[in-house]
Structures are given as structure tokens and as C-alpha cells.
Ligand binder design. Sequence first.
Ligand code: S3P
Length: 195
Amino acid sequence: MKELRANTSPQPSAIVLVGFMGSGKSSIARRLARRLQCDAVDLDSYIEQRAGRRIAEIFATDGEPAFRDLETAALAECLGKADVIATGGGIVARERNRDLLRAAAAQGALIVYLRASPEVLARRIRRQPGKRPLIDGQAVLNEEETRRRVEHLLAARAAHYESCSNLVVDTDNMSLEQAMRHIISHRIQSGVQDG
Ligand code: S3P
């Protein structure tokens, strides 16, 4: 990770990616950073580096609320420093995080909801088995059970992703590259200058 700038207010041209697990946030953030030649931070990796432990380990030993505290602190820190931020899928679960995202949007940040159907998300999640404590961290799941859990959690979060974002990208039929290009062209149409 590049060294981050020491600012405290959100980057006015920051791009923040939100969306469910498996929506492509981390991969698209990396592509955006390469294309825009800027910093990108993945909040999960940021938390892991700071804590010196994997996310699954933090969930297992300290529990989800402790992870959410680390996540809120990481979001607040990174909004002031990074140009592109990939959040974790549960970022919208806390009101404080939603407020932080909306405040960043009000200051000019582009908050992108990478929307995808439960079928597509479940398929992508199953490609990295055991990585997500809230879906398949405890047991290997078949396709149907994975989709059922995704549907359940997505139903609780979908409205929050939408209310915190100022751009929704439907990614079911898009490659990562196409999603990245879509975000860049929206940014250009909105008149944001690079650099
Ligand atoms: C979570 C999503 C994960 C990670 C943690 C919790 C969630 O990030 O932050 O396992 O609650 O949706 P990804 O969306 O990058 O998988």
C-alpha cells in the first residue's frame, strides 16, 4: 500500500465503493487506482494490517461488534486520506458509518453502490470458501444455502447501500473492467478533474 496523505477531511474527489460481499469492491478499487494513478485502500486489509490479524480471526476471538468498531475507525481515518476506498460489505450496518458516507458525499465524494443479484453474489462468494465469517465462515455451504444466507443479509442491507450512495452500478452482466470504466465515465460526466 502506498503511504497515505495526512489529511483529515474527505478527499473531494474520493471514490468509495460499497456493496455486498462478492460485489467486486476490492478488485474494482485496484483497477480504479491503477487507471487514475492514485491511492487505493481496502478497508478490510487496512484493519488486518492495523490489528495484525485476519478478519476471520477478529470475528472469532473478539466478535462482530469489536470488528465493527475497528471498521468505523478505519473508515473515518481513510475517508480523510485515500482517493479510492473499497469498504467491507457490512459498512452500512452502522448508522455512524452511513453518516460518514453521506457526509463524504456531501463534500463531493462519489459513493458507488456495486449492486448485484443474490445468485451472482453467492456464486462469487463460493469461489473463496470460508473467507466470509457471516456467510460460510463456520461451515462449507452448498449453492442453495449460500444464496439463502446472501438473500437474508442483503434484504437487511440493500436500502442502506442505496441511501448512502450517489451512483448505483448494476454489475451482474459487467466485467470488473466494464464496471471500472462505467465509474470513470460517470466521474468525467460529473466534471471531476483528475490530479
Ligand atoms: C463483511 C464483509 C467482509 C468483511 C467482513 C464482514 C460483511 O468484506 O468486512 O467479513 O459484514 O458483509 P467484503 O465485503 O470485502 O467481503
